[in-house]
Design a protein around this ligand. Structure first.
Ligand code: COA
Ligand code: AMP
Length: 645
């Protein structure tokens, strides 16, 4: 019998992962059932694989299955777009028809199983259709977040080598329209690999000039005859999603069809406690893992209604927009990032806008993407009157690793500051640098004992070596998350932040290593450090400290402008890199390592002890003065980073 309490489920999943996930796999309709054992290891790499030998199709499970099983007329997707003042609802049958036709159109352009397709679109139903159509054909999609600049898109084009790119003519931000087609054209110009076509969805706000036969109108593809879902192996890839690593080159996290579908289906009821037919809203972007898993695949696999929101938590039109959406679409579970709540709180501290709407449909607010500070956690709980669940995951896992599993019985209640307990399948441990478990309440490195459960990345796109080195060699037998944290006496886990060169800006994951590479390439810069300093709105923001080459006379003001522009052009506006200052020297250890953590503490106003390994402690005083002059960080009262100002 399947365990129903949290403790029993977690214990069973670790005692016999094969049996646990074989049971969960039965929740899906397979074209070919996976044989036991459902967990295996690759002979050459030793990497784990789930459900080898099974055949299914994720788009089939998201659409055809429900149409054939009584949900044809149920709303599958609600598109709520305050930025275009549009509200559209698609039933499962309508979404299936669009997807099957669009898949036919893609096939006519030569897209076949295993081909890659890049999607560069904002939160629009046509983007969801494009993702599902790729899945239907067994093609591998790679959605690129619209806030990334052409250079980032070009890197992804060269790495994924897509047969074609699907884009919208424009994205709409709070107070501006951003034409996307010129960005795609520029990315293709910069890339070495050349996709055969660009499929463009024309938007009224900014239509793009199309050059046939290379550019194709999105609507033209919908004229094609519908095609059936192609059976794929459970281990075949559904998508590649690039995420920031510690270097300039993003990592292509891959997701398989089988493990992903099983894990997401399980998570919808066990973690989020939603039933088929109910409305689930992940207020994220399809460009992020949260959007893939919980705007598109999870809710549709589960037969829910999903909300696709094109807007921001504030100023579209006001800080009550989230609560209006909850009311209008009877949202059961809302999932967003703490930054969104902080932005709302900043504009509606008393929660007056929340009281304007009927929020009685809402059962839980789930938060993830960055550490949730207790003040935000408490404000959300008081304002909404529902339990707030902070849960922890990464692009790599694709679904939560720590949570309060509201769908299971006897689950320890959520607690401010903690991301909860390990989800079944995850043996989360806090280790010291030598790989030994640390005692309770001691901060260490967060690792997960192998095997990872279904849904997690099996490797990186065409880069087994980077997967091995990036995640598996730090602690043999474990996946290393890159996060630091601790576990308390009662077993609650606390994720305190990254221990590598990755930062979280408004829940968006960015690499300070990449930013340093870009700053260092400026002709005036001898060396530099980019730090993720605390920001009360966005959690963290990057700032740069640069040392000039000898003899450089560029003014500090002009240099800052050029460096800010450089990051904006190369990574994108989403990086929120807005400050850079010149320093005489950077603090280093005697072995030459820049003491970035110490610099961060300085900017954040934390108490810290000056590391004994520092080569010259006087440098810190010099830098303190520079930061103060530039109002760089909470310690120096930078107004933009303060909510209370
Ligand atoms: N396409 C193009 N540009 C984009 C973009 C997109 N999809 N997303 C963001 N940008 C741009 C913005 O226009 C802005 O540009 P600017 O510097 O010219 O003003 C910049 O990137 C920073 O964007 P953002 O951080 O979104 O700032 P904002 O002021 O527009 O909004 C918040 C602030 C807090 C409301 C917003 O960051 C937010 O909603 N955060 C929550 C994020 C979230 O849900 N993350 C979940 C991931 S799981
Ligand atoms: P991403 O891959 O973009 O989802 O970012 C993953 C990173 O976000 C993790 O490694 C953490 O640093 C951070 N993160 C995600 N969820 C949480 C959380 N609930 N608490 C603290 N940090 C989180």
């Amino acid at each position: 019998m399947e365990p129903t309490t949290y403790a029993a489920a977690h214990a069973a999943s670790l005692a016999d992962p094969d049996a646990f996930w074989a049971v969960q796999a039965r929740q899906l309709q397979w074209f070919q059932e996976p044989p036991r054992p459902v967990l295996s290891q690759d002979a050459d790499t030793g990497f784990y694989r789930w459900f080898r030998g099974g055949q299914l199709n994720t788009a089939y499970l998201c659409l055809d299955y429900h149409v054939a099983n009584g949900r044809a007329g149920q709303v599958a997707l609600v598109y709520d777009s305050p930025v275009t003042q549009t509200l559209r609802r698609y039933t499962y049958e309508e979404l299936l028809n669009l997807t099957a036709r669009f898949a036919g159109g893609l096939r006519a352009l030569g897209v076949e199983k295993g081909d890659r397709v890049i999607i560069y679109m904002p939160n629009m139903p046509e983007a969801v259709v494009a993702m599902l159509a790729c899945a239907r054909l067994g093609a591998i999609h790679s959605v690129v977040f619209g806030g990334f600049a052409p250079h980032e898109l070009a890197m992804r084009i060269d790495d994924a080598q897509p047969r074609l790119i699907i884009c919208a003519s424009a994205g709409i931000e709070i107070d501006k329209v951003i034409p996307y087609k010129p960005l795609v054209d520029e990315a293709i110009r910069q890339a070495t690999y050349q996709p055969a076509h660009v499929v463009v969805l024309q938007r009224e706000c900014a239509t793009a000039e199309l050059h046939a036969p290379h550019d194709v109108d999105y609507q033209q593809l919908l004229q094609a005859e519908p095609v059936d879902a192609v059976p794929v192996d459970a281990t075949d890839l559904l998508y590649i999603l690039y995420t920031s690593g510690t270097t300039g080159k993003p990592k292509g996290v891959v997701r398989d069809h089988g493990g992903h579908a099983v894990a997401l289906k399980y998570s919808m009821s066990a973690i989020y406690g939603v039933q088929p037919g109910e409305t689930f809203w992940a207020a994220s972007d399809i460009g992020w893992a949260v959007g893939h898993s919980y705007i598109v695949y999870g809710p549709l696999l589960h037969g829910c209604t999903t909300v696709l929101f094109e807007g921001k938590p504030v100023r579209t039109p006001d800080a009550g927009t989230f609560w209006r959406v909850v009311q209008d679409h009877q949202v059961r579970v809302l999932f967003t990032a703490p930054t969104a709540i902080r932005a709302i709180k900043k504009e509606d501290h008393e929660g007056a806008l929340a009281r304007k709407y009927d929020l009685s449909s809402l059962r839980y607010l789930f938060l993830a993407g960055e550490r949730c500070d207790p003040a935000t956690y408490d404000w959300a709980g008081q304002t909404l009157g529902v339990p707030v669940v902070d849960h922890w995951w990464q692009t790599e896992s694709g679904w939560p690793m720590l949570a309060t599993m509201v769908g299971l019985a006897d689950v320890p209640p959520p607690r401010a500051g903690s991301a909860g307990h390990p989800v079944p399948g995850y043996d989360v441990q806090i280790l010291d640098e030598a790989g030994q478990r640390v005692p309770a309440d001691t901060t260490g490195l967060v690792a997960v004992k192998l095997p990872l459960p279904p849904g997690c990345l099996p490797t990186l796109w065409r880069n087994d070596a980077r997967f091995q080195h990036g995640y598996l060699t730090t602690f043999p037998g474990y996946y290393f998350s890159g996060d630091g944290g601790y576990q308390d006496e009662e077993g609650y886990l606390y994720i305190m932040g990254r221990v590598d060169d990755v930062i979280n800006v408004a829940g968006h994951r960015l690499s300070t290593g990449e930013m340093e590479e870009l700053l260092a390439a400026h002709p005036a810069v001898a060396e530099c450090a980019v730090l993720g300093i605390a920001c009360e709105l966005r959690g963290q923001v990057p700032v740069g400290l640069v040392v000039l080459k000898d003899g450089q006379t560029i003014s500090e003001e002009l240099l800052e402008k050029e460096l800010v522009q450089r990051i904006r052009e190369q990574i994108g506006a989403v990086a929120c890199f807005r400050q850079a200052a010149v320093v005489k020297r950077l603090p280093k250890t005697r072995s030459g390592k820049i003491l970035r953590k110490t610099l961060r503490h300085l900017a954040d106003g934390d108490d810290f002890t000056v590391p004994s390994t520092i080569d010259d402690p006087v440098i810190l005083d010099e830098i303190r003065q520079v930061m103060s002059r530039h109002k760089m960080g909470l310690a120096f009262d930078k107004p933009e980073t303060r909510l209370s100002s």
